[in-house]
Design a protein around this ligand. Structure first.
Ligand SMILES: [Zn+2]
Length: 144
């Protein structure tokens, strides 16, 4: 089984991303209900993991999947030739994460407009929505 297959097989809610060899899934390193973990396989066989919600560390994500750190590197990698990939995830996947947050914000606003009150959990979720949007911006290199 290739690295990417082993990782995808352990993730929940995996769906194809908008670009070839990219996926979105629920992040195993935090309580994730909307898929916020972007997964990509590079042409040289590395697997890239990026949590758009909490910015969870890839080592932590692998630990939650019960996989060693070597699971993201190709088997015969010449380790000194590995360059960090810069922003490999397509904008459309990031937009999708942001759109999910916007839907939540609209629902919260409708509740308030109808005279309802937000629960403590709703407040926490609103803060998380803000953090996700900030994370998406900073991933794209936009200063906040
Ligand atoms: Zn995460």
């Amino acid at each position: 089984m290739s690295n990417i297959d082993a990782i995808l097989a352990r993730l929940d809610n995996v769906r194809q991303g908008t670009k070839r060899n990219t996926w979105m899934a629920c992040c195993p390193a935090h309580d994730d209900t909307h898929p916020s973990l972007a997964v990509a396989e590079t042409d040289d066989g590395r697997v890239l993991l990026h949590c758009f919600s909490h910015g969870c560390d890839w080592r932590e994500i692998l630990a939650c999947l019960d996989l060693p750190e070597s699971a993201v590197f190709p088997e015969k990698a010449s380790q000194h030739h590995i360059r960090p990939e810069r922003r490999p995830f397509p904008a459309a996947d990031i937009l999708r994460v942001m759109a999910n947050e916007a839907i939540f914000l609209c629902a919260a606003s409708r509740t308030i407009q109808n005279g309802g009150a937000l629960t403590a959990d709703d407040h926490k979720r609103l803060i998380l929505a803000g953090e996700r949007l900030q994370a998406a911006l900073s991933y794209c290199g936009v200063a906040t």
